[in-house]
Design a protein around this ligand. Structure first.
Ligand code: NI
Length: 157
């Protein structure tokens, strides 16, 4: 893949986007209940960290053992059963940053042909390494924007 560097740069930039979104949060905003069916920033941060853990594992399976089965996860059950309401933002951020930066370094060291290796997601079918990295990049950008919007809304209120 010719533009691996650009893909990895954007993936790694997600670390800065999330760090900026979570930096200097007013304490009361972290746990504020934003309304029915919506997640507090605590929960979003835990979700970002856990999604990164899944991504980090999936792309290792794809790169090291092409054809691997990739299990889906139910994000609402994870939120309910994995203490999302008690996990501090700073801890979720530290976990996310370590994983994202470590994975970016790993990706820079993989051969070009690794990008077309695939795994088989139980719901979405065949996914390439590029698919997983791109999906993780977009997922993180979406949630960073979501946090920024919550902060902007609170600042305006
Ligand atoms: Ni999400």
């Amino acid at each position: 893949m010719g533009n691996a560097t650009a893909v990895i740069d954007r993936f790694e930039q997600g670390a800065t986007s999330v760090e900026n979104a979570l930096r200097g949060l007013p304490g009361d905003l972290e746990t504020r209940d934003p309304g029915p069916g919506k997640w507090s920033i605590w929960k979003i941060a835990a979700h970002i960290a856990d999604a990164e853990l899944v991504t980090a594992a999936r792309l290792r399976w794809i790169a090291a053992e092409p054809g691997s089965a990739l299990k889906a996860y139910d994000q609402d059950l994870w939120a309910e059963n994995l203490a999302y309401g008690r996990r501090e933002v700073k801890d979720s951020l530290a976990l996310f940053l370590a994983l994202r930066k470590g994975t970016a370094t790993l990706l820079r060291n993989l051969p070009e042909n690794a990008w077309s290796r695939t795994g088989v997601h139980e719901e979405r079918g065949e996914l390439s390494l590029l698919d997983v990295v791109t999906g993780a990049t977009e997922h993180t950008e979406h949630h960073a924007q979501q946090i920024n919007a919550i902060r902007a809304g609170a600042a305006a209120a």
